[in-house]
Design a binder for this molecule. Sequence first.
Ligand SMILES: *Cc1c(COP(=O)(O)O)cnc(C)c1O
Length: 353
Amino acid sequence: MSRFWSDVVKGLKPYVPGEQPKLANLVKLNTNENPYGPSPRALEAIRAATGESLKLYPDPNAEQLKLAIGKYHGIEARNVFVGNGSDEVLAHVFLGLLKQARPILFPDITYSFYPVYCGLYQVDFETIPLAGDFSIRVGDYARPNGGIIFPNPNAPTGCLLPLAEIERLLQSNPDSVVAIDEAYVDFGGASAIPLIAKYTNLLVVQTLSKSRSLAGLRVGFAAGHADLIEALERVKNSFNSYPLDRLAIAGAAAAIEDREYFEQTCRAVIASREKLVGELKALGFEVLPSAANFIFVRHPQHDAQESTLALRQRGIIVRHFKLPRIEQFLRITVGTDEQCSALVAALKEILSP
Ligand SMILES: *Cc1c(COP(=O)(O)O)cnc(C)c1O
């Protein structure tokens, strides 16, 4: 704390990202990165964009990327907003669409960045408890609100809400924005993007960090009615006109266009997840049903924080949240089969009496 800080800064409780350790040779299963790396075509496009042209500002509208996303999802470029990671897109959503007279709603267990944005932008919110099985009950959101936001699949649970339930939520909340954060949807869910043509209050947010394995490039986007997109553009153009650099625009567009690599690597992650789930259940873990590239597990006889430390001593990092209702869970990113095997072997050691 310093006397030079503004009152806003004094009141902030910043998000704490998962550790990015400097040590090599760790099995890093703590921040839901994709183990397979970006599409070779994306890397080629980034290399091709590296040169003399970097002296020039990028296209402030990132048209090339919006067109690629639009083509992939069957929507117009005017229905697409792009930002420096979906975290930035989400920040603009909170200021541009969710800061309303009434409090917004999100689950009690969800992406912990949401309350941080509420603190930054002074957005009132209420949390709605997940059901006992950690699922979202759409009926609980049928009450006056300034907007609704949650990830689907939810984080850090991995649980998926069927599209029919999202539609029911949209129908019961025609007067507020419903923002669906689809950071993990490509690992087992169906995107709500096709519904934006029918529901003008729906905004879908996606990222290239997880399923396209480009966490280091920082690209995310939103899809929605042109009026919602315009709100985000107004915020963006009052904040930073060039959030995406030339390398990010070129690499992200190429990654979206390489459908085959994307589908193949998603299939590989899903296959590893299903194998890992079976192995952890055999070790006595309770595993929540996951449609994401991570799993959320607890062991009835072993303390989660102790297991996290014991894994760390064996060079394996997973995520543990010291939060009500979930302090006995481990969130484990699905790595390669080799990484998953290392995890299972270490857990066998840790659990054996
Ligand atoms: C990873 C993640 C994001 C952020 O992704 P970036 O595009 O890397 O900023 C957003 N929402 C959820 C739920 C996530 O897990």
